[in-house]
Each structure stands twice: as structure tokens, then as C-alpha cells.
Design a protein around this ligand. Structure first.
Ligand code: PHE
Length: 345
């Protein structure tokens, strides 16, 4: 009986010594067979009682040898296989290979134009001031001298939030004017780029969401001439050094006097003719001297301070710059359309 157990041990020892697991899976099988919680060595131990007393010591030693040999083979193979797979993954990262053609993102045309405009005003000391798109009625309308029966408050123009006429989606970035004037003291010199919303039918020419840049400058002795010079500088930076502008009298509840600024495009080409409806002038922004009522509403003394404000539409400029015929393209996020602006700043 003892002999057969001893020869079994011998053959298992040979088995272990000649085992040659090649990969992680084979190695795991080896571990389970010889070192795992139900390994075959444990089965052999149960034969201890059948061994004659004189050979029990030998048995113990051989069992020990089995175990240490199995552990030795496992450790050696484990390092070998790990090293091999590490070398393999190193080969996969060949840094000398030419780069895989990665898709590079591009800026949205609205962002390109908006960033450019912001940069132009920052150069002459305007500071960016952004604020919320969900506004209250007071900051969007009341503070901005817009009487309660003003058509701009009409349900058709303004998106009011459900069950409330107190909260709305701002209809213009002029709401940032009242936010800034009520929270800081003059001198104030800010621009406020951002998205605005109007409850309008979406078409090729108009959308229910678009972008504006608001400008506000308040200090002692700010005049209409200061505004004109600032806007002329802006126009020349955007449209070229030879650019001509004109200020047309207009009306906004929050400015007095109010004006609209046109930029001369000319009527030479079909494109400019179409863009300017044959007049040669492109309307670019609304502006004016801040109405004293607005200053008073926001806690600024109109006897001491005066200022000007302007609001520039972004989409119109972007469409003109990139020859985009339909405003809806700017909001559809169609990759085929956006991919064309890869080289834009
Ligand atoms: N808020 C006006 C608009 O949305 C633009 C404007 C801003 C006009 C500031 C004058 C002064 O049309």
C-alpha cells in the first residue's frame, strides 16, 4: 500500500517538474491543481494513516517537496508570463509610429465671432460680465424702463416659465446691465456676451434663441461722442480700417437718445446687395445713452453719472462672415456643417 502511494507521489512530482504553462490561463489551471484550496496534494495527505510508522517521516518530506516544487514552478512561470505580456503591450505603444489621424474639434462659428468681438472690447478696457439666462421680470424689463404695457412684454415675444410671469428666459443681454448696476458702483465698463430667447417663429432669418453682446459704460461725463468713437473703433476692428458707420435715430425704452448703427458694405456685389437689401448699409447693433430712469432704478445718481450702452447681435455677423444663408444651421449641430470651420480661430 505504502509503495503505491510513494510511487504516486513520485509521478506527481515529475508531472509538476515538467509542467510548462504558457499563458495566464494555463498557469491558473496549474495553480488550482497543485496549490489551490482543493489541490490534489491534499487528497494524498489523507493516506497518511495507511503509511507504516517508519516511513511516515519520508512521506512528510516528500509531500513537502511536492508543495515547494509546485510553488517554485508557479512563481517562476508567473514572472515569465507577466514579463512577456508587459513586453507585448510595450510593443503596442510604439511612439515612433506616425500618429493615428485623430478627429480635431472646431469652434462653432457663433463662438468664433463672439470671441473676436469680446477680444476687441477687452483691448480697450471692457471687462466680461456674464449672468443668468433665467431672469426675473424686474431685471429684464422693469429696471430697464420697459413699462408694463410695452409690446416687448407681450406673451408672444417672451418665454415665461411655467406658472409664473415673474421668471422668464431673458429676451436680451440688457438684463445684465441692471444686474451689474445694482451690484457695483461706477465707473462701470463691461461687456456681457450670452444667449437670449424670444418666442418667435423659427425661419431662415430668425430663431427663438440667439446671441448678443451687451456693452455698458458708466462714469462721470460720458458723452454720446464717447459712444460713437467706441463703436467706430469696434466697426473698424471687425470690418476693416476703412469701414464707415452711420448712426440712425431709433427707440429703445432703456436709452435716450437711442440709435442703430449701420456699417457700409457697398452695393457692388450681389452678396452685399442682398445682405443690405440694396441700401449698402448693414444694421449691426442698437445703442444709446443710458436713460436716467434706468440709472435711478438701479441706484445710480443720474445727476452725477451718465453712460452709454449697446447690444450687438452675433448671428447676423456670423452669417455674413461665413456666407451662411439660414440661421437654423447655427443651432442644428450638424457635423457636416460644423466641420467646415476647422480652421476658424
Ligand atoms: N437690448 C436691445 C435689443 O435686444 C439692444 C440694445 C442694447 C439697445 C443696449 C440699446 C442699448 O434689441
Amino acid at each position: 500500500m505504502s509503495d503505491s502511494i510513494f510511487s504516486k507521489i513520485e509521478s506527481i512530482l515529475e508531472e509538476i517538474k515538467s509542467a510548462n504553462p504558457q499563458d495566464a490561463e494555463q498557469l491558473e489551471n496549474f495553480r488550482i491543481t497543485y496549490l489551490g484550496s482543493k489541490n490534489i496534494l491534499k487528497g494524498l495527505f489523507s493516506h497518511m494513516k495507511d503509511i507504516e510508522p517508519a516511513r511516515k517521516k519520508d512521506f512528510g518530506q516528500m509531500m513537502n517537496e511536492l508543495k515547494t516544487t509546485a510553488q517554485g514552478v508557479f512563481d517562476a512561470k508567473n514572472t515569465e508570463i507577466k514579463n512577456a505580456s508587459r513586453a507585448e503591450s510595450k510593443n503596442a505603444e510604439d511612439y515612433s509610429k506616425p500618429p493615428f489621424p485623430e478627429a480635431v474639434g472646431s469652434r462653432h462659428p457663433v463662438s468664433v465671432v463672439m470671441n473676436h468681438m469680446v477680444d476687441v472690447f477687452q483691448r480697450i478696457g471692457f471687462v466680461v460680465s456674464e449672468d443668468r439666462e433665467i431672469e426675473d421680470d424686474w431685471h429684464n424689463f422693469t429696471a430697464m424702463n420697459t413699462p408694463e404695457d410695452h409690446p416687448a412684454r407681450d406673451m408672444q415675444d417672451t418665454f415665461y416659465l411655467t406658472n409664473s410671469i415673474e421668471n422668464l428666459l431673458r429676451t436680451h443681454t440688457s438684463s445684465v446691465q441692471s444686474r451689474v448696476m445694482t451690484s457695483s458702483k461706477p465707473p462701470i465698463r463691461i461687456i456681457a456676451p450670452g444667449r437670449v430667447y424670444r418666442n418667435e417663429t423659427v425661419s431662415a432669418r430668425s430663431h427663438c434663441q440667439f446671441h448678443q453682446i451687451e456693452g455698458l459704460y458708466i462714469d462721470k461725463d460720458v458723452s454720446f461722442a464717447d459712444m460713437k468713437q467706441t463703436l467706430l473703433y469696434f466697426a473698424k476692428e471687425m470690418y476693416g480700417a476703412e469701414t464707415k458707420i452711420r448712426l440712425r435715430p431709433s427707440y429703445f425704452p432703456f436709452t435716450e437718445p437711442s440709435a442703430e448703427m449701420d456699417v457700409w458694405m457697398g452695393t457692388e456685389t450681389e452678396k452685399t446687395k442682398k445682405l443690405t437689401k440694396g441700401t449698402g448699409w448693414l444694421e449691426v447693433l442698437g445703442c444709446g445713452m443710458v436713460d436716467p430712469n434706468v440709472l435711478t432704478n438701479c441706484g445710480i445718481d443720474p445727476e452725477i453719472y451718465s453712460g452709454f450702452a449697446f447690444g450687438i447681435g452675433i448671428e447676423r455677423s456670423a452669417m455674413q462672415k461665413y456666407d451662411i444663408g439660414d440661421i437654423r444651421m447655427l443651432f442644428e449641430n450638424d457635423i457636416r456643417f460644423l466641420n467646415q470651420f476647422q480652421s476658424a480661430l
